[in-house]
Design a protein around this ligand. Structure first.
Ligand code: UDP
Length: 239
């Protein structure tokens, strides 16, 4: 098993370590939870293990559908081996229903269907104010080429279709999610994570959030909700 080397970066939910191969990194998933720009801090017990396992389900699913991702293999309960890429500083958010900042910005009722889905781009800036971006900002600030941008938009739509269908089978409605991309040997691949930390998963029947909103909005039972998502995904494996 590759050993984690020097700590390369640390974010809200993960630490990234270098390995002895410059093409690969090790991601370590944490239980720490942080919302509202660090004003709210806590811990969701077992979150790191769930997010690691959820990524180990979702990324191979995307790969099987022809989408390049950074995921190589799960190493242990909290760590995975990934391709070390140059991150593109744009967060893409795909929204199938109004929630969070979209609902606030436009006064849309939470849960309102977005048809077609909405794709937003935000700047991953150093001080994490994350302003909204459009293609003109991206071009002028040289954050990505036009070709990369079209590719990322197309992949975001494809990921949305694949995940929506997969999650529907386990009784989860995909409300929205965030995607980040990296450059790896001249190609753009899906990187970062796709997990209940970075997506809104609602129980399809009750519309109860099974995601980070349980912590963010003090809804209680956050750890149980994370376990429930993983439990349903593992149930699918057995079929
Ligand atoms: N999101 C994320 N990281 C962030 C902010 C948002 O992964 O720093 C995810 C969030 O969990 C949700 C989606 O992006 O699934 C849309 O989030 P929104 O813009 O509504 O932000 P929020 O108000 O939820 O932070």
């Amino acid at each position: 098993m590759p050993e984690p080397g020097k700590l390369f970066s640390e974010g809200k939910g993960k630490r990234i370590y270098e390995t002895d191969d410059p093409d690969y990194a090790i991601v370590y998933f944490k239980d720490e939870a942080m919302a509202y720009h660090g004003l709210k801090r806590g811990r969701i017990l077992g979150k790191g293990e769930v997010n690691n396992a959820v990524c180990a389900h979702i990324y191979p699913l995307l790969e099987r559908n022809g989408i390049g991702t950074h995921f190589v293999e799960q190493l242990d309960r909290r760590q995975s081996l990934v391709r070390k890429c140059e991150m593109i500083p744009i967060a893409f958010k795909v929204r199938n229903r109004a929630a969070g900042s979209l609902s606030e910005r436009f006064g849309l009722p939470v849960g309102q269907k977005m048809e077609p889905c909405v794709l937003e781009m935000y700047y991953r800036d150093e001080d994490e104010t994350a302003p909204l971006l459009n293609a003109w900002h991206i071009r002028a600030m040289k954050l990505a080429t036009d070709e990369e941008l079209s590719e990322m938009e197309a992949v975001a739509m494809k990921v949305n279709s694949i995940l929506t269908a997969y999650l529907a089978e386990i009784g989860i409605d995909l409300i929205d999610f965030k995607l980040e991309f990296g450059r790896y040997h001249g190609k753009v691949i899906v990187a970062d994570e796709i997990s209940p930390d970075t997506a809104r998963f609602w129980d399809a029947k009750t519309h109860e959030p099974l995601d980070f909103d349980r912590f963010r909005r003090d809804l209680g039972n956050a750890a149980e909700a994370y376990q429930e998502v993983l439990h349903r995904m593992m149930g699918m494996d057995e079929q």
